[in-house]
Design a protein around this ligand. Structure first.
Ligand SMILES: Cc1cc2nc3c(=O)[nH]c(=O)nc-3n(C[C@H](O)[C@H](O)[C@H](O)COP(=O)(O)OP(=O)(O)OC[C@H]3O[C@@H](n4cnc5c(N)ncnc54)[C@H](O)[C@@H]3O)c2cc1C
Length: 565
């Protein structure tokens, strides 16, 4: 696979690929590291070090209620809990500082930050770098579908996290920066988190899957650096917010390779014709080189544009690499953006990452007193690489649940599993990811190159007929039973031949795996409608704090699992 990355690149691609080398921060080195890591994942299961251990002896008095390992998304939960009076510490390997590259999200999804009083409205507004509309979904050979107010804000993680950091410190939280979590010991009455001064990245960038976002480099603000050498923090609960490659999550997954992966590359550049629209998912080509690639594009900063090329695959030894995808990106970018050539673009950042997803998600707690949030938890759709958006969607439920769990001392493994529940609305989307993966078999690789475009173009055209009510839940990673069933029915009736060819392509195993999730989605949807009544029935019951916690979580989980919030 590594040789393939170097071979067969045409002159034009190489020329523009070499332009990447001029982006500050040496993105090519980061890209090389990311691809090395990706190749290792493609080799199958790996042995992983044991960082979490159980000890039978009691720990005694602890210093913290919650220690959060990893600060990028961890700070969101950290502020909420510190505000509520819990003793919270965050341990961050770098400096707690968000990346420059914007996160895209919808305004409505930011609402939870204000509802939970994590930020002042003015601070949130100040973090919104760009707002734009409409947003396009289009597949080669099909008409565009335009939507509004989906992923149509660019939010500056640097500003957002700077404001959250202030709030966290103001509410008594303690930040250990440049401090890496090295081991976790679970005792019957507490959890001990061993740390040591970090030689890791100097900034915490929200790097997602790779730890590399091109030109972001150390700005060493030196605030609240941890002056202590190695130390052990003791707590009632530890939260793993160390991202997809968290050593704790790796142990929880026992080194298993992911079931599906989304590879993403792109740049943020100036020099495009000013364009205030965005692309959520656009294809300009069919299946080529064993993949179906898509585009995503967002206005960024004042006049810049972020463009991504992404494709889904399985981690197999012959899977394509980030290098392959970057080559494809530069070869097709000018056609996609309607540019004569790429000479006028000034690249500010190179962006790349790979996003593993596992069928058995979210990752269930595998010991007491330890809970995952953010990318390490796998509580997001296998279709999207919007981990920030996924956390915000669940934040009200998570924060309320964590507080109830701490109050009722419901911190064992089974209790914490309520906070990472099975979500049928995410599980059903596995089939959609599979439908966009090109199988390595010659039949699939050399078959109709437009089959994925035809499928997606048809599905989205039918969804558009159903209007926002049908389209929106799909695009916002909150699939709902009614909208899904309506879409499936429309497609089966209007496009029987497409349906008949799709079923054998997906195969009986994938379908057999999918049907129980679809059934669960129906059940969750039915129960979700009853939750107000169930809540009213339960209100007068003399429940213990533990029973109250369990019931409240179960009611919330039915609603979220049905795609409601
Ligand atoms: C190219 C790209 C574009 C993206 N665009 C969007 C978008 O538009 N919208 C969106 O919602 N999401 C987007 N994402 C996803 C988003 O960036 C991630 O979901 C989010 O950063 C996940 O945060 P996290 O805190 O869970 O993990 P990470 O971002 O990986 O952060 C983990 C943190 O843990 C720290 N850490 C790691 N190991 C240790 C250790 N041993 N000890 C202490 N600390 C440790 C790291 O320094 C880091 O701060 C994008 C990602 C990429 C790669």
């Amino acid at each position: 696979m590594g040789d393939r990355a170097g071979a067969g690149r045409d002159w034009e691609a190489r020329r523009w690929y070499s332009k990447l080398a001029q982006v500050p921060g040496d993105p090519l080195a980061g890209l090389g590291r990311a691809d090395d890591r990706w190749r290792r994942w493609c080799q199958g299961p790996r042995s992983v070090p044991e960082v979490v251990r159980d000890r039978p002896e009691p720990l005694g008095a602890v210093d913290w209620d919650v220690v959060i390992c990893g600060g990028t998304l961890g700070i969101f939960v950290g502020v909420a809990l510190a505000r509520a009076g819990w003793r919270v510490a965050i341990v961050e390997r770098g400096a707690l500082r968000g990346r420059e590259q914007e996160w895209n999200i919808a305004r409505a999804e930011l609402r939870s930050l204000l509802d939970l009083n994590l930020l002042e409205a003015a601070d949130l507004e100040a973090a919104i770098a760009r707002e734009f509309n409409p947003v396009r979904v289009q597949f080669s050979g099909f008409e565009p579908v335009w939507v509004k107010n989906i992923l149509n804000l660019g939010v500056s993680p640097a500003k957002l996290i700077a404001s959250l950091r202030q709030q966290f410190l103001r509410h008594g939280g303690q930040l250990f920066e440049q401090t890496a979590v090295t081991a976790v010991t679970v005792h019957p009455d507490g959890i001990a988190i061993a740390t040591q001064p970090s030689t890791g990245p100097a900034i915490a960038q929200g790097q997602g899957a790779t730890g590399a976002y091109g030109n972001e480099h150390s700005q060493g603000n030196g605030a609240i650096a941890n002056p202590n050498p190695s130390q052990v923090l003791t707590s009632r609960l530890a939260i793993d917010a160390m991202g997809h490659f968290s050593p704790i999550a790796q142990q929880g997954r026992q080194g298993r390779a992911p079931d599906g992966v989304c590879l993403v590359v792109g740049t943020c550049a100036s020099g495009f014709v000013v364009n205030d629209t965005a692309d959520l998912m656009v294809s300009t080509t069919g299946i080529a080189d064993g993949r179906q690639a898509f585009w995503e594009a967002f206005p960024a900063g004042d006049r810049d544009r972020t463009t991504y090329r992404f494709a889904y695959c399985r981690p197999t030894p012959d899977a394509f690499t980030l290098h392959d995808l970057f080559e494809d990106y530069f070869q097709n970018l000018s056609t996609y953006q309607g540019l004569e050539d790429l000479d006028n673009l000034i690249y500010k950042r190179a962006l790349f990452g790979f996003f593993p997803s596992y069928r058995d998600s979210p990752l269930q707690p595998f010991c007491d007193r330890l809970l995952a949030i953010g990318d390490s938890s796998g509580l997001q759709s296998p279709l999207s690489f919007g981990g920030f958006g996924a956390l915000l969607r669940h934040l009200p439920r998570l924060v309320a649940g964590l507080q109830d769990a701490l109050t009722a001392d419901c911190l064992d493994r089974a209790d914490l599993a309520h906070l990472l529940p099975y979500q049928p609305n995410l599980a059903v989307t596995w089939l959609f990811q599979q439908a966009m993966v090109v199988d390595p078999s010659p039949r699939d690789r050399n078959g109709n190159p437009d089959r994925i475009n035809q499928l997606l173009g048809t599905v989205f055209a039918e969804m558009a007929t159903g209007g926002d009510r049908v389209l929106r839940p799909f695009l916002q990673d909150a699939v709902q039973f009614g909208a899904l069933t309506e879409t499936l029915a429309r497609i089966t009736v209007a496009h029987p031949i497409l349906t008949a060819t799709l079923l054998p392509q997906l195969g009986p195993i994938a379908l057999a795996r999918w049907l129980p999730h679809y059934g669960a989605l129906a059940t969750y949807s039915a129960i979700a409608h009853l939750t107000p009544a169930l809540r009213a029935i339960a209100a007068p019951l003399p429940l213990s704090p533990t029973q109250h916690y369990h019931l409240k979580q179960q009611l919330a989980n039915w609603r979220y699992g049905a795609g409601h919030e």
